[in-house]
Structure formats: C-alpha cells, structure tokens
Design a protein around this ligand. Structure first.
Ligand SMILES: Cc1cc2nc3c(=O)[nH]c(=O)nc-3n(C[C@H](O)[C@H](O)[C@H](O)COP(=O)(O)OP(=O)(O)OC[C@H]3O[C@@H](n4cnc5c(N)ncnc54)[C@H](O)[C@@H]3O)c2cc1C
Length: 457
C-alpha cells in the first residue's frame, strides 16, 4: 500500500489544492499534517491566532467528512515533518516565497530521505512563469499583468480517492476568542458570494462601505485559492477585481526574485534618506493618537480588529513615511505584527510602493493629504465615527479636520483639542515640503555609478 503525507501550511483547504490533490490521486492513503511552530505561534497576535485556529478547526471538519483527521503537532517543522514522513513514499506541500519559509523548507528537505513534491497553490502562476522576453522578473506591474492575464494556467492535478489517516495528533488548539471572520472554506465562499463584484470599481475606495471582498485573509491562510476566486467571478465586470489579484502575484514574484525586499529598498537611490524616526511620533501613530482623524481611525481599526481598509492602509502608511519621516520598515513591522492578512510579499511590496522605494512605486513627491483623502472617501464621516468615537458628535464639515474649527466652536461639541482628542502631531503642508526635500537630497547624494549595491532598477 502506498502512502503520502500532505504538510499543510498556508493552504488550509481541500478544494483546488494541488498538493492535496496530487497526494490523494497518487496514493492509497494520505496523512494530513499541520505543524504549529511555537516561534510563529507565540509571535502572532491573538486576532491572527484565533483566525488560524478557526481555519484549522474548519479544515479538520472537512477532513472528518472524508473519514480522517487533521494531525496537528507542535514543534520545529524541520524535525517533525521528517519524523512524520517515515513510512510515506512522498511528502507534498504548497511552496511559499517568504525567505523564512524557504529556509525552513530547505532544512526539512535536507533532514529527510523521502521524496518531496511541491506546487504553488497559493498563486495563480508560480514564480518564474511570468518573466520578460529576456527571462528576467518584471519590475513594472503593467507588462507583468498583461503577460499574467494572457498566460494559460499550468494544470494542477485532479484529486483522487485515497483513504485519509484518522489521527488528530495533539488536536487543534482552541481559539482564545471568536475569529474576526467566519473561518474555513465555507467562510471564504460566504465572503465571495456576498461581495458585489460589479460595484467594486465604485465602492472599493470607500472604507465606510463593504465595497471590497475581504478575501485577503482567506488568500493568506489559503482557505480559498486565487484560481477558484477567478473561476467563480470571471466575466467582463470582474476585470478590475482580477487585476488586484495580479498585484498579489506580482509582489510574490518580486519577493521570490529579490528575497531582501522585506528589508532593503528596491531602489537603492533612497538608501540615504535622513529619516527622522522620532519614537514618540511612532508611538502616537501606532496608538491612533496623531490628531488626524482618518489616520487614527485606521490605526485603531488595525489594533481592534486586525483589519484595515486598503485606502486607509495607503494613507496611514504614507502619513508615517512622508508626514512623520519614519522609515517604512518600522511601519511594515507593525502591520506585519497586527494584520490578519499579514504576508511578507504583500506587506513589504505595498509599503515600498507607498514609500516610493519600490520598483514600480508611487513617485516620491506623491504625498497623500490625509484631510482630502478623508473628505473624499468617507464623506459622511461614518468610518471616522466608528473608530474615533470621541469625535462622533462633530458635524460632517468639521470631523475630518477638527482643528479648523475654533476652540469655542469645538467646545459646543464637548471637544477640547489636546485634552479629549490630540492636536495634530505635525502640520501636513510643512511636513510635505520637508519630506520632498529629504527624498531629493537622498537622490542627489546617491551616485548610481559609484554604487555597486544599486539593486533592482
Ligand atoms: C501599506 C500596505 C500594506 C499592506 N499589507 C498587506 C498584507 O500584509 N497582506 C495583504 O494581503 N495585503 C496587503 N495590502 C494590500 C491590500 O490592502 C489588501 O490586500 C486589501 O486591503 C485586502 O482587502 P480585500 O481582500 O477586501 O481586497 P479587495 O479589494 O477585495 O481585493 C481582492 C484581492 O486582491 C489582492 N489585492 C488587493 N489590493 C492589493 C494590493 N495593493 N497589493 C496586493 N494585493 C492586493 C488581495 O489579495 C485582495 O484580497 C497592503 C496594502 C498597503 C497599502
């Protein structure tokens, strides 16, 4: 009797999972394994642990319906996976581009004799498939996207009917709290079906509306595959949405090609930026106490829920880097710690985009105005009132920039700046001039010819 082991990681689903499909097709019996790595588990914030535990429970329930159990063990995967592989012909998993995962997977491979078969089930196209005519990774999104959209999908195996091993191991840990999102494949399907793809273009930038799919958490944990999302949504009206999924692949392909992207500027001409890096201002940003209502709403939403709307992620990130002149890596670390969908490729790719240090990034002189953004994308202040309740009594024309009203007028609403709500940490107009000067100075100082480190441009 032949048997295979499937090591689940960021692919917590049965449907459209190539590693699972290959194992169940190639063997008579399959052992489904998940290893809780204490290094990751303990570094993870309660929101994300609860989501992970919920997703593992849901996966286990799916496997129970197939007659087996998800075996959950705690420890170092580079020891546990080789130990568990004894007696199996092949170990299967879905690859991950993060440098941490790649190093770990190499150690696992080195420590066992069992054959390994891997897929890229969390991406539409595997890294290395979408390359320029010269075979190089794309550094600019639009040509990547055209090639990505035109290229046929590499076929994935069809699932078979192997018997599933019935051994729960230590069992799934109990979530400390209710997961923020309904977990598992069922939760992902609910989100997909409850989302209005036709209204995406008009609603996607509105944090006060449920205008986006909220599938990034599912894509991060793999409770749905990106190919399934495309198959279920495809059609002319889905094009803008599917383009966003191409961004996800783009950043994963970039990280696969440039593993230092989580810490090093992709454009080395910005290596010399004289960051101000004021720890008190950083603290005020993390706590949602900057005095700019949209920034504070976003940062509090992140702390309270583990989630933040994309438009608000862009504006809060820009505020940290451009208004406070704090190194994007500080913000990247904070988001990585708290986001439910935290993903090294997506997070560092987007942070570098906002900071202007990425390979296809916003130009350095583009500085989001936190007040204009607030008025435009949360015109009735509903998002602000939800996360900054101390400003809830203010009328719409004052809530986005309360300091524009005088102290007497604010007092009518029970607000005293500096007491009930912070005064603005910086003057946006002044900060904008300063940051542009700092970026310009870094560019002037950098001399591409003299810089052997000039990395990816
Ligand atoms: C500073 C910053 C940090 C970010 N960090 C992360 C992160 O750690 N993990 C993460 O998944 N996304 C990250 N994003 C991208 C984006 O904000 C989220 O993917 C999006 O908000 C998820 O919500 P949604 O699923 O409702 O998106 P939708 O608008 O419904 O988009 C559908 C899917 O497309 C993909 N997508 C959308 N926008 C982007 C984007 N800008 N970059 C890459 N993929 C995208 C996501 O997988 C998303 O689920 C970050 C953005 C910024 C500006």
């Amino acid at each position: 009797m032949s048997s295979g082991l499937v090591w689940f990681r960021r692919d917590l689903r049965i449907t459209d999972n190539p590693a699972w499909a290959a194992a169940t097709a190639n063997h008579d019996a399959v052992l489904p394994l998940f290893v809780i790595d204490p290094r990751l588990w303990e570094a993870t914030m309660p929101h994300r642990r609860a989501q992970l535990a919920g997703n593992l429970q849901a996966l286990d329930q799916r496997i129970v319906r197939l007659g087996g159990r998800l075996k959950v063990l705690t420890g170092d995967p580079s020891e546990i996976v080789p130990e568990q592989s004894t007696g199996h012909q092949t170990v299967y998993w879905n690859d991950d581009v993060s440098p941490f995962a790649r190093r770990r997977d190499e150690r696992v491979k080195e420590s066992m004799r069992t054959e390994v078969e891997t897929y890229y089930g969390s991406l539409v196209h595997a890294p290395g498939r979408i390359v320029t005519n010269e075979g190089a990774p794309y550094r600019v999104f639009t040509p990547f996207w055209r090639n990505w959209a035109a290229k046929a999908w590499e076929p994935w195996p069809e699932a078979g009917s192997a018997a599933i091993v019935d051994d729960p191991g230590d069992g799934v840990p109990k979530p400390e709290r209710e997961p923020y999102l309904t977990p598992g494949e069922d939760g992902a399907r609910e989100r997909l079906h409850g989302f209005d793809v036709e209204a995406y273009e008009s609603n996607r930038d509105r944090p006060d509306r449920r205008g986006t799919s909220m599938l990034s958490v599912d894509l991060k944990f793999g409770t749905i595959g990106p190919r399934t999302v495309i198959r279920l949504l495809d059609g002319p009206t889905a094009a803008p949405y599917i383009r966003q999924l191409a961004w996800r692949d783009f950043y994963a392909h970039l990280l696969a090609a440039f593993p230092d992207m989580t810490t090093a500027n992709l454009r080395s001409e910005y290596d010399g930026i004289a960051w101000r890096n004021d720890p008190d201002e950083y603290e005020a940003w993390t706590q949602g106490q900057t005095g700019y209502p949209l920034i504070d709403a976003g940062m509090r939403q992140l702390t309270e829920t583990g989630w933040m709307h994309n438009r608000v992620r862009m504006v809060t990130a820009s505020f940290l880097v451009k208004d406070l002149l704090i190194d994007w890596r500080w913000g990247e670390r904070h988001f990585r710690k708290l986001l439910l969908d935290a993903d090294p490729a997506q997070n560092s790719g987007n942070w570098q985009w906002v900071a202007g240090t990425g390979s296809d990034a916003a130009p350095y002189f583009r500085v989001f105005n936190p007040i204009t953004q607030s008025r435009k994308f949360d015109p009735d202040g509903n998002y602000l009132r939800r996360f900054v309740p101390e400003l809830a009594s203010l009328p719409n024309h004052l809530i986005h920039a309360p300091w524009e009203a005088g102290g007497t007028q604010l007092a009518e609403y029970g607000i005293a700046l500096g007491k009930t709500y912070p005064a603005p940490l910086v003057d946006h107009a002044v900060a904008r001039e300063e940051v542009i000067a700092a970026y310009k100075a870094a560019r002037t100082r950098s001399d591409p010819q003299a810089d052997p480190q000039r990395r990816h441009e």
